[in-house]
Design a protein around this ligand. Sequence first.
Ligand code: NAD
Length: 255
Amino acid sequence: MATGRNHRPATRSRGIPEATVARLPLYLRALTALSERSVPTVSSEELAAAAGVNSAKLRKDFSYLGSYGTRGVGYDVEYLVYQISRELGLTQDWPVVIVGIGNLGAALANYGGFASRGFRVAALIDADPSMTGKQVAGMGVSHVDDLEEIIQVNGVSIGVITTPGGAAQQVCDRLVAAGVTSILNFAPTVLTVPEGVDVRKVDLSIELQILAFHEQRKAADELAGNGARVPTAARRRAARADEGPEGDIPAVMPA
Ligand SMILES: NC(=O)c1ccc[n+]([C@@H]2O[C@H](COP(=O)([O-])OP(=O)(O)OC[C@H]3O[C@@H](n4cnc5c(N)ncnc54)[C@H](O)[C@@H]3O)[C@@H](O)[C@H]2O)c1
């Protein structure tokens, strides 16, 4: 048994590093926006800026796909959308189940972005009998007793867990036993899964904690006079208090 997030090797079998795989969805989102505006080609610099990635890194990432662009012209947007979608396995339909249809599960079920990216929500599953048959996002909620059958009938390989933390491991075990091999876990639990099962964990509070760390750093830099250009809200508030009710300081400090 293996524990944790994603215990695949750092490089996938076809030689694409995991870090590159993690950036492919960012490129795809930016390219899809260009495609929707019928933009035919894009330079590595423009695409890197749209994806929020360094352009040298982007060129290196695309070299793993065998895509080098044309000098002076750039990359063909439609072809790259196809190539990245194929690489990510998005040219086929992926049925997904969401287990735990409370606040978060219902919000995810209502999110239109899955279907447009090739993820079809095949079933919404909950343990609460009073939820069974209720319509959420236009779909009836199924009882967890039917989990195994739903997975087999729909050929589901991806499960999303949005149950309370205490139920997550048991739900995960049932999903895996029924044939699910990829799990997106929102519950605050480190899941234990057998070899060959991928787990991705989403934790918004960890993201917020990382932002808090940077906020703290920015505030410390300002206090030390280390040239932070944007004063933190906390410091603006303190400055306003110092200057009285009329006081204000500009949003961007002069260079
Ligand atoms: N990762 C994040 O950033 C993030 C953000 C918000 C919430 N969460 C987590 O997501 C989970 C859901 O949060 P919520 O606010 O939607 O909770 P909620 O209480 O509204 O919903 C949980 C649902 O899970 C169902 N459930 C409980 N045990 C189950 C089982 N064994 N099988 C199937 N269904 C079961 C309940 O009946 C309920 O409908 C919690 O673990 C919470 O901590 C994570």
